[in-house]
Design a protein around this ligand. Structure first.
Ligand SMILES: Nc1ncnc2c1ncn2[C@@H]1O[C@H](COP(=O)(O)OP(=O)(O)OP(=O)(O)O)[C@@H](O)[C@H]1O
Length: 886
């Protein structure tokens, strides 16, 4: 060891003391021998203790700065060698902190812009090793060049893409990286990687998405950018994995992945091919597992959970959980352990995703008789929304010991699940697609107007005329049915408000009453509250106000403008859609529900939100709805209703006495507590009307109106621009129309076929309304650059100006490295988007004199600022000039 140690010392000296002064050949040989030494931990220690890390970082910086000058092959060799040294140290937990302290990660991120794939990969390997450390990961996340990482994932060669995706996977659990993915609109880039079957790349991407989906905003983005069908599409691929017999000697090698990615094939000839297939099978299972993890995170959003279930997620997931048997999945017991583990992990992750879906009440019907009772018991014994995978082991073990009889039941249920995608039945010319929920009077279904129709989906409420709650059994021609129909018709004709459901039609068929209305894509407030309880979450006060304001708006419209009482305002009849847009439903039947004739005494639930006057069968007015409003807002604050008892009489007594636990004013503001208390005043004469409630919430209402009018103005402006664009496009297209174009052609349609002649039988036409001018994404970047150059062309200030100095240094930096247009693009993008990332501005000796004109600073000044600050400096300086006037 001593002799080897003695050999290291002179090499280390050369590296630390005068590396850059040595000849190219010596530098190469120093690097080569150092990289040999650093394979051993003991020499790594000596290297770090001799300030090797700081020198290494300095040389990386030199490598980056002089990259464009590096024409000789040896120079590339030196940079690659430096990156190897860096990677050797980065893979050792003990030295990651030294590399971070020396800021080597900043240099490594800069190297991602170098147009040399070898150097790029070297830098990516180093970053991966650094990101594997818990502490170093956090620092890396703070400085990560997410835009460039996304760019590599989108455009580079397969290996670079995979490495960049690996960096993202390791960092995407960190808040800053999540913010940057939002800023740089990264979700579409990630989703686009699911084209094709590159499972190894997709594994990294899916795990990145799984972590990004923990952030609610990114969950919504994944949905809005079409993520659900894309992710489910991967589960939907034909994964009919066939049995492959692998020779013993090859099984041992199957532990490490390979880069090939062939499809599984049962007619393989050579054992190498079999091994490759086995590894591909493992990669495929790992990728699907990661997608299951992403789906699990998405189900945290109730709306997405509901949509996933509707898009067959349960059907697709169960196929990855059912144990190896017969022709469903291969028997892997003879296969290498790595493959068995991958399969077992897939089962756990797929089952967990199913359990998360099951946690939402509305989704439970998809699980109806899916599992035999004994298995279902273990399935539900895992509580709602539990991430810990070990909790699912028991259920997977039980599934792996499924009996032949039980397996038959599961297969049958899976088949049925598949069939549920077909329309359930037809009624009144509507195709009934899906059950949305059931209530006291009947059920609500999602329907499609007709097979050919492209009109949007609607909801239909089905009520049996023999329902006991409607009083005596009714007939089609009875007066009561006529009354209901006319009430619904009045609601249809008279009620038009964004917070009130729009009825379309009412009709009777097969002794059932059908009320057709707009479909609200969302969940009832009751479902939202139940799901929050399961997740052990509570409503933020801001969200409660949002619901309250919309309820006030809806009720104000009903009471003041239309003189209509709802009578049955319960969390079941309040639907929350995208961004908590609220809709009140269920008009017309409530009167019957609370009439003396009806048999409501059997269900306590219907009385929870009833005011004392209805409970006592006294005359009531619009203030009955105010009481219910108070109950609903109380429920949002505490997640339980103000009045509760299993005994109907006890409940009635509590309501009549107004006995409820007060809301703690330490948790909610006095104003909110005051509104709830006023709504729950027993004496209806003293209870406020809706206008008074609105005045109690006046400041929140004004703020909402402000936001709405701003949004409206933006929308109007957008519409106007859109209109102008369309008009100019139409004019342009018109100009291009050939003169001999047939006059009879519709005015808004033009042939695109240049061979089209008057009277010719074939021409392709396209409505200009369908043509849209696309925004040029580069223009804003140019504009940003233009601003910088404009400032740099201004005459020097009379007195030194520090901001001018900083901008001058920054502009010089942009071009000094000659790093190409992509580097420039990323920098401009960060400036435009006010990135909070730090940037160091240092005086380059070459331009020192010129720059000193702006600020007489000391030699080699280095100033740290952020892109956001630079952006503000630019705008402030431009305002002092005539820039915006021109
Ligand atoms: N227009 C709609 N669009 C989408 N879903 C709806 C619509 N109307 C109702 N639903 C869903 O259907 C469920 C059942 O509604 P329904 O009106 O039958 O009963 P309910 O309101 O729960 O109880 P009740 O019959 O006592 O009023 C609701 O909870 C809601 O989730």
């Amino acid at each position: 060891m001593n002799s080897k140690h003695n050999m290291l010392i002179p090499v280390l000296r050369k590296f630390v003391d005068n590396f850059l002064e040595e000849s190219l050949e010596t530098r190469v040989s120093v690097i080569l021998s150092l990289s040999n030494f650093l394979k051993e931990t003991k020499f790594q220690k000596i290297f770090v203790e001799s300030e090797g890390v700081f020198k290494l970082t300095e040389f990386l910086d030199w490598g980056f700065d002089s990259y464009s000058l590096l024409v000789e092959n040896q120079n590339r060799q030196i940079i690659n060698g430096l990156l190897t040294l860096c990677q050797r140290l980065a893979s050792n937990e003990s030295y990651r902190s030294s590399l971070i302290a020396a800021k080597s990660h900043e240099k490594l991120f800069k190297m991602l812009y170098v147009p040399d794939v070898d150097i790029l990969k070297g830098a990516l390997y180093c970053l991966i090793s650094l990101a594997e450390g818990t502490a170093s990961k956090l620092v890396l996340a703070e400085t990560c060049h997410v835009n460039q990482v996304l760019h590599i994932i989108e455009h580079y060669d397969p290996l670079s893409r995979k490495l960049a995706a690996s960096v993202l996977r390791l960092l995407s659990g960190c808040q800053n990286v999540q913010d940057l993915v939002i800023l740089f609109n990264g979700i579409p880039v990630l989703l686009s990687q699911f084209e094709g079957e590159n499972y190894r790349l997709q594994w990294h991407i899916a795990w990145s998405l799984a972590q990004l989906a923990m952030e609610p905003k990114l969950r919504t983005q994944i949905y809005r950018k079409g993520g659900l069908p894309i992710l489910l599409g991967v589960l939907r691929l034909d994964h009919s994995i066939k049995m492959i017999k692998i020779p013993e000697k090859l099984k041992k090698e199957a532990v490490t992945p390979v880069s090939k990615n062939e499809h599984i094939c049962s007619t393989l000839t050579s054992s190498e091919e079999q091994l490759a297939s086995l590894l591909a099978l493992k990669a495929e299972m790992l990728c699907i597992s990661a997608i299951c993890a992403t789906l699990t995170e998405l189900t945290y959003d109730d709306q997405l959970s509901c949509k996933l279930a509707q898009e067959e997620a349960v059907y697709l997931l169960i196929q990855h959980v059912v144990p190896p048997s017969g022709d469903i999945l291969p028997d892997l017991t003879d296969e290498p352990q790595a493959v068995q583990e991958a399969f077992s992990n897939l089962q756990l992750l797929a089952l967990r995703a199913m359990r998360f879906l099951f946690s939402l009440e509305r989704n439970r019907r998809w699980f109806h008789r899916l599992f035999p009772p004994a298995i279902f018991e273990t399935f539900i014994s895992v509580n709602h929304y539990k991430r810990d995978l070990s909790l699912y082991r028991c259920c997977v073990d039980r599934l792996n010991n499924i009996t032949a009889e039980e397996l038959k039941t599961v297969s049958l249920a899976v088949d049925n699940l598949n069939k549920q995608r077909c329309p359930l039945f037809k009624v009144g010319g509507y195709l009934v697609l899906d059950l949305l929920g059931s209530g006291a009077f009947g059920s609500v279904f999602k329907v499609q107007p007709s097979e050919e129709s492209t009109a949007s989906y609607l909801a239909v409420k089905e009520v049996s005329l023999h329902h006991p709650w409607l009083g005596r059994a009714l007939t089609e021609n009875s007066a009561s049915v006529g009354e209901i129909v006319s009430e619904v018709n009045i609601a249809r004709e008279q009620l038009r408000h964004p917070n009130i459901v729009q009825y379309q039609k009412v009709f009777i068929e097969n002794e059932k009453l059908y009320i057709v209305m707009d479909l609200i894509e969302g969940l009832s407030l009751n479902e939202v509250i139940n799901s929050m309880k399961e997740k052990e979450e509570t409503f933020l006060e801001e969200r409660i106000w949002k619901v309250l304001i919309q309820l006030i708006q809806g009720l104000h419209y009903l009471h003041v403008d239309k003189h209509v009482i709802h009578r049955d305002l319960t969390p079941n009849n309040i639907l929350l859609g995208d961004r908590d847009r609220l809709t009140i439903t269920d008009f017309g039947l409530a009167r019957r529900k609370f009439s003396r004739e009806s048999n409501v005494t059997s269900v306590v639930g219907t009385m929870l939100y009833c005011c004392p006057e209805i409970v006592q069968h006294k005359p009531y007015g619009e203030r009955a709805d105010i009481w219910s409003l108070g109950c609903v807002i109380y429920l949002l604050c505490t997640l339980h209703p103000p009045f509760w008892s299993q005994n109907l009489l006890a409940l009635a007594s509590k309501i009549v006495k107004g006995q409820y636990d007060p809301i703690s004013s330490s948790q909610f503001c006095d104003k909110l507590v005051n509104i709830i208390e006023s709504c729950l005043i027993v004496d209806s004469d003293r209870r406020p009307d809706i206008s008074t409630v609105a005045s109690l919430a006046a400041s929140q209402l004004v703020a909402t109106i402000d936001t709405l009018s701003t949004e409206q103005r933006i929308l109007e402006r957008k519409l106007q621009l859109e209109k102008e664009k369309r008009k100019s496009l139409k004019d342009k297209v018109k100009k291009q129309v050939p003169l001999n174009f047939p006059q009879s052609h519709p005015t808004d349609s033009f042939p695109l076929n240049k061979h089209a002649k008057a009277g010719s039988s074939f021409s392709l036409s396209l409505s200009p309304r369908k043509l849209q001018e696309t925004k040029d994404p580069v223009l804003p970047l140019f504009q940003q650059l233009h601003k910088l150059i404009y400032i740099s062309q201004l005459p020097p200030p009379e007195t030194p100006c520090h901001h001018r100095w900083m901008l001058q240094v920054y502009t010089r930096m942009l071009f000094a490295n000659n790093l190409g247009t992509l580097y420039l693009k990323t920098e401009m993008s960060k400036l435009m988007h006010l990135s909070k990332e730090n940037i160091q501005l240092k005086t380059c000796p070459k331009y020192k004199e010129q720059i000193e004109l702006f600020s007489p600073l000391e030699e080699d000044s280095v100033i740290t600022t952020t892109y956001e600050e630079l952006h503000h400096m630019i705008e402030a300086l431009l305002l002092e000039t005539e820039y915006y006037q021109c």
